[in-house]
Design a protein around this ligand. Structure first.
Ligand SMILES: Nc1ncnc2c1ncn2[C@@H]1O[C@H](COP(=O)(O)OP(=O)(O)OP(=O)(O)O)[C@@H](O)[C@H]1O
Ligand SMILES: [Mg+2]
Length: 499
C-alpha cells in the first residue's frame, strides 16, 4: 500500500463556546517528519484546534484523518490511542505528585498492581537525562520545581509516550536559550524518526529556525499554509495581524532618570540568591537578564519577602524596609507581576473586569466618587483596549480566555495599579507580537510618568530593546550592569555565561 502523504489531516473544523466562534471551517495537514508551525494572534484558535485533535474538546463539525484514515476522537484516550501527544500551554501536571509519578501518570490508571518505585524512578531519571536535565530528582514533588523545570517534566511526559504526532503548545515560553537549544535538538531527533510535529509559538526566531511549514489562523479562521523558507518575518507578521508592524520596540525619545527608589544590597536567600545588589531609579526600565535558573525570580521573591531573605538590605526611597509579602509590597506602592500567572497573577474564576480593576480601586473611586460602577467599566474597557484583550464581554471569567489573553489580564491589572514601582517577571510571555508592542508602549508611557520598572526577561532582544540598564545574573549572583549604549547580545551573554 502506498504511504499516506499526511500523518494528520483536519478538515472543516468548527468549534464554538457559548456563542464565541473559536474555530470556523479550519484546516491543518501535517506530514510525517515535518515540523509544522501553527501561528496567529492570541485567541486565534490554535489551542482550541489542538484540543480537538487530542480529544480534550469535541468539534461541532469537521473531519480528522490520521495516516489517511478517518478517525473519531471523542476523548483524550482516543487521542492517545491515535498517537497524539500534547504538551499543553497550561501545564497539566499534578502539583503534589512527584516528577516520576507525573511523567508516568497514564500508567497508573486503574491498575491495582504494585508499583515498582525503584524502577519507576530509574525510568524517570533516564527520561530526564535524555532531555539533558539529569539534575532533576524524580522524587521531588512537582510543585517544588521552578516553572521552567515543570515544563521539562511536561516534555518528558509527552516524549515517553512514543507519540507519532507530537504537539507543543508554546513549550519555550518559560525556557531560555540554553534550554531551548536542548529542546530543539530533541525535536529534530524526533523529526528524523518520522514524528509529525505541530509547534505553536509566538517567538518568530524559533519558527524560522525550526519549522518546515507554517499555517496561520486569524480570528478562528484559516488564512494560509506556507513554506517557511519562502517567508520573511515581516510578511508573516502582517499575515497574522493583517497589517504591517513598524517596529517591535517603540523607542523612548528622552530619558530622565530620577532618584534611586529601590536599593538592593548584598541580598542572599538560599542557594539561588547570593549577594545580589542593584539600584532601581525612577524613570527607568531596569532589566534583569540571565539564563533560566540564574536566580532572578528567586531574588525578586526574597526582596518581596515571599521567600525568606537571609542576609542583605532593601531600601525604599532611602529608608530600609523588610517586606513581608507581595501584598505588603503592594501596600507600599510596589506592584508585582509574578512569573506564574495561573496561580498567582489572576483570579481565573472571576470576571475579567474585576481582575483588571482589582488593584486600582483607589484610583477609580478617588476620581469618580459615586460613579464607581460606571467608572470601573470605562476604566476596564480602556485597559482592555490598551493591552488588547480579546473578548466581547468583560463580565466573562478569565478562564474563558485564550492563554495569551489571560496573561494580558494580569498585565492590565498590574499596569493599572496605583503602584509606581512595577516588578514584571517575564511580562510578555505567551503574548502575540502585536500585543507585545502595545504593552511596551504602555511601559514607556509609565516611564515618562516617572514610574520605575524592573523587568525580568529571558528574551535578550527584549532586554536590549526596552531597558535603560540591565543587571546580569549568573548562578545566583549579580555579575554586572550593562548600560544602554553597550547593550548587545554579546555583552549580555558574556556576563551571563561568565566568559
Ligand atoms: N473553555 C472556553 N470557554 C469559552 N471560550 C473559550 C474557551 N476556550 C477558548 N475559548 C475562546 O476561543 C477562542 C480561541 O482561543 P484559543 O485558546 O484557541 O486561542 P489561541 O490561538 O490558543 O491563543 P493564545 O495565543 O492566546 O494561546 C478565544 O476567543 C477564547 O476566548
Ligand atoms: Mg493557546
Amino acid at each position: 500500500m502506498e504511504k499516506p502523504e499526511y500523518a494528520v489531516e483536519m478538515k472543516g473544523i468548527y468549534k464554538s463556546f457559548e456563542g464565541v466562534h473559536a474555530l470556523t471551517d479550519v484546516q491543518l495537514s501535517v506530514r510525517p517528519g515535518e515540523i509544522h508551525a501553527l501561528m496567529g494572534e492570541n485567541g486565534a484558535g490554535k489551542s482550541t484546534l489542538i484540543k480537538v485533535l487530542s480529544g480534550a474538546h469535541q468539534a461541532d463539525a469537521g473531519e480528522i484523518f490520521i495516516k489517511g484514515e478517518k478517525v473519531d476522537i471523542k476523548n483524550t484516550k482516543d487521542g492517545n490511542d491515535n498517537g497524539v501527544s500534547v504538551i499543553y500551554q497550561e501545564f497539566a501536571l499534578v502539583p503534589h505528585l512527584s516528577v516520576a509519578e507525573n511523567i508516568f501518570i497514564d500508567e497508573f490508571g486503574f491498575q491495582i498492581k504494585r508499583i515498582n518505585w525503584i524502577r519507576l524512578h530509574r525510568r524517570a531519571k533516564e527520561a530526564l537525562e535524555a532531555v539533558g536535565f539529569g539534575d532533576i530528582d524524580p522524587r521531588t514533588p512537582v510543585r517544588e520545581l521552578s516553572v521552567a523545570y515543570q515544563q521539562v517534566v511536561e516534555i518528558c511526559k509527552a516524549l515517553t509516550r512514543n507519540a507519532e504526532i507530537l504537539v507543543l503548545d508554546e513549550p519555550t515560553a518559560v525556557l531560555t536559550n540554553k534550554e531551548v537549544d536542548k529542546l530543539f535538538a530533541l525535536i529534530l531527533d524526533l523529526k528524523k524518526s518520522g514524528v509529525a510535529i505541530i509547534y505553536i509559538s509566538h517567538r518568530l526566531e524559533e519558527i524560522f529556525r525550526i519549522s518546515d511549514r507554517i499555517t496561520v489562523f486569524k480570528d478562528g479562521k484559516y488564512v494560509d499554509t506556507v513554506n517557511t523558507a519562502d517567508m520573511q518575518p515581516k510578511s508573516l507578521v502582517s499575515m497574522m495581524i493583517g497589517r504591517d508592524l513598524a517596529s517591535f520596540f517603540p523607542q523612548r525619545t528622552e530619558s530622565k532618570f530620577g532618584d534611586v527608589v529601590l536599593k538592593v544590597e548584598n541580598v542572599s536567600a538560599g542557594r539561588m540568591v547570593q549577594d545580589v545588589s542593584f539600584e532601581l531609579r525612577a524613570g527607568e526600565v531596569l532589566g534583569l537578564s540571565g539564563l533560566v535558573g540564574a536566580g532572578r525570580t528567586e531574588t525578586i521573591r526574597a526582596i518581596l519577602g515571599v521567600d525568606k531573605m537571609e542576609r542583605g538590605k532593601v531600601s525604599l526611597y532611602g529608608k530600609e524596609i523588610r517586606l513581608k509579602s507581595a501584598k505588603d509590597a503592594f501596600d507600599r506602592g510596589i506592584g508585582f507581576l509574578p512569573e506564574d500567572r495561573k496561580n498567582q497573577g489572576v483570579l481565573l474564576r472571576m470576571p475579567i473586569k474585576y481582575n483588571i480593576t482589582l488593584s486600582s480601586i483607589k484610583k477609580i473611586s478617588a476620581f469618580f466618587g459615586w460613579l464607581l460602577q460606571k467608572a470601573e467599566t470605562v476604566f476596564a474597557l480602556d485597559m482592555q483596549e490598551k493591552v488588547g484583550i480579546k473578548t466581547d464581554n468583560l463580565q466573562h471569567n478569565v478562564n474563558s480566555l485564550s492563554g495569551g489573553n489571560q496573561q494580558k489580564v494580569a498585565i492590565a491589572r498590574i499596569l493599572a495599579s496605583d503602584s509606581t514601582i512595577l516588578i514584571l517577571d517575564e511580562p510578555t510571555r505567551g503574548v502575540d507580537v502585536g500585543a507585545k508592542m502595545e504593552i511596551f508602549k504602555l511601559v514607556n508611557e509609565l516611564v515618562y510618568q516617572n514610574y520605575a520598572i524592573l523587568m525580568i526577561s529571558s528574551e535578550m532582544i527584549e532586554i536590549i530593546g526596552m531597558c535603560d540598564r540591565a543587571v546580569v545574573f549568573r548562578e545566583g549572583k549579580s555579575v554586572g550592569v550593562v548600560n544602554k549604549a553597550d547593550m548587545t547580545e554579546e555583552t549580555l551573554i558574556h556576563y551571563a555565561m561568565g566568559i
